[in-house]
Design a binder for this molecule. Structure first.
Ligand code: KIV
Ligand code: ZN
Length: 507
């Protein structure tokens, strides 16, 4: 029996999320994220826009081949070649959906498409009928719906449902809507589109005014039963509504929304970390649900309250979203077994080979650092367990730097058993280090972004460096961790080079 209070979670991290400038991911990374979304219980995964590039087509095809529990969706304009490409990439999926869209607001019709209302109506109906002949599960989006004239919106929704659309999505494409007004739009659609009970109403809200989540939740309150969202809220411009905030909003206030989702919320933080790692978009510490501080209490009054009764200052439990609280867990005397057991309890299961590498790294860290926290362990695993082979590894690093001294860094790298050493001087220690690495590997890169954060607490905390670097026209995001920030920076650059070489050899 259909559950009228179930909200379908449609994740578009791999499509709209990837449209965020600088967020592009390779196929292996996309598949990893698709697995994480499936494990989390996402109902529909929008895996890409197949007609847009060969890479997008192949990613949708690959996700279709491997994902079994979630429906896999591909985006298409209301054009035959787009729908054909979507169908071709999706045809091996266990459950597939084609998502067809066409702009319906006056501004878009007049200036972008240069078409009349009648032409738009005909194109939408033809596209939905064409797609429905290939696949049963069809979603239609009137792009810029929140700025579309209401009577025209009702008319086009009625027509596409008649043509076979099973879900109608109401995008707030430019993040212009206001919660009460957008909620009212959903209620009006329910009351004015005669055949609306034959389709699910979906919402898709952008965050230009910071209202993406609020608009989505108001829409649910008014009858929407599918929400389109992205992990960490990544997406075009200011992003899309954030999946973790929507899911936890519904879960924390069942008294108000009276709705549930299929999401296994304990998987939220782990998935958030994965998306952050692959896109290089660092999650702000105060980000709701997945920020490092989201479940931490600093004020003495709050801490006192929490100790007396948790609910005085906590409306959700960290463990419900898989938040890993900092706790002293292992030290230099800990053995391989304790290390493995602790990783398993954090939801990380490694092969024997991966475990050996990670354990060796852990021992090095534990030698330098008195206290090893859960966050440190996760960073170590991220650093060691890569989805690509390591052609180059760091052997040693030494630097000479200071006030009024030209910095100089000596680097030794190893590849296929051979050690190569070089020294270089640059603007600062990191520039010098990267120049030395480049002269060893004989690849020159352009550093686009560099950030460093402390993984856990204390002066001896592990530093995690995230870089975005352009290598022969390809943008690569990578990370490196160490208690020494120059070493973390070197590791991040070597990881980027290894990732680039793996991509090149896969070609
Ligand atoms: O924001 C938007 O309108 C979209 C559509 C393609 C659904 O992403
Ligand atoms: Zn969008």
């Amino acid at each position: 029996m259909k559950d009228n209070n179930k909200v379908i979670i449609f994740d578009t991290t791999l499509r709209d999320g990837e449209q965020a400038p600088g967020a592009s991911m390779n196929q292996t990374e996309k598949l990893d994220i698709a697995y994480a979304l499936e494990r989390m219980g996402v109902d529909i995964i929008e895996a890409g826009f197949p007609v847009i590039s060969k890479g997008d087509f192949n990613s949708v095809k690959m996700v279709s081949k491997h994902i079994k529990n979630s429906t896999v969706c591909g985006l298409a304009r209301s054009i035959v070649k787009d729908i054909d490409a979507a169908y071709e990439s999706l045809k091996n999926a266990k459950k597939a959906r084609i998502h067809v869209f066409l702009a319906t607001s006056k501004i878009h019709m007049q200036f972008k498409l240069k078409k009349t209302k009648e032409e738009i109506l005909r194109m939408a109906v033809d596209a939905v009928k064409y797609a429905r002949n290939k696949i049963e599960d069809i979603e239609f989006s009137p792009e810029d719906a929140s700025r579309t004239e209401k009577q025209f919106l009702y008319k086009i929704l009625e027509a596409v449902i008649k043509a076979g659309a099973t879900t109608v999505n109401i995008p707030d494409t430019v993040g212009y809507a206001v919660p009460s007004e957008y909620g009212q739009l959903i209620a009006d659609i329910k009351n004015n589109v005669p055949n609306i009970n034959k389709a699910i109403i979906s919402v898709h809200c952008h965050n230009d005014l910071g209202l993406g989540v609020a608009n989505s939740l108001f829409a649910v309150k008014n009858g929407a039963r599918q929400v389109e969202c992205t992990v960490n809220g990544i997406g075009e411009r200011a992003g899309n509504a954030s999946m973790e905030e929507i899911v936890m909003g519904l879960r924390t206030r069942p008294d108000y929304y009276k709705c549930t989702t299929n999401i296994k919320t304990q998987e939220i933080c782990r998935t958030s970390r994965l998306v952050s790692k692959y896109t290089g978009f660092v999650v702000a510490p105060n980000k709701a649900i997945v920020g490092m501080n989201a479940f931490r209490h600093e004020s003495g009054i709050h801490q006192d309250g929490i100790l007396k009764e948790r609910t005085t200052y906590e409306i959700m439990k960290g463990e419900d979203v898989g938040f890993v609280e900092t706790g002293l867990i292992l030290g230099k005397h800990s053995g391989r077994h304790a290390f493995k057991v602790r990783l398993n309890s954090l939801g990380v299961n490694l092969s024997d080979e991966e475990l050996n590498k990670a354990f060796e790294h852990f021992k090095n860290v534990a030698d330098k650092k008195k206290e090893v926290y859960d966050e440190d362990l996760l960073a170590i695993v991220d650093d060691e367990v890569k989805v690509f082979d390591k052609v180059w590894t760091l052997v040693s690093l030494s630097s000479r730097t200071g006030t009024n001294i030209k910095p100089k860094v000596d680097v030794a790298l190893k590849s296929k058993g051979k050690i190569i050493k070089k020294a270089a001087s640059g603007d600062g220690p990191i520039d010098s280090c990267y120049k030395a690495i480049e002269s060893i590997v004989k690849i020159k890169g352009e550093l686009l972004d560099y950030s460093i954060r402390s993984v856990s607490r204390g002066q001896d905390a592990l530093g995690e460096v995230t870089i975005k670097v352009k290598l022969q026209g390809k943008t690569i995001v990578s990370h490196g961790t160490s208690t020494d920030i120059l070493e973390a920076s070197a590791k991040a650059y070597i990881n980027a080079i290894n990732k680039f070489l793996a991509l090149e050899s896969a070609k």
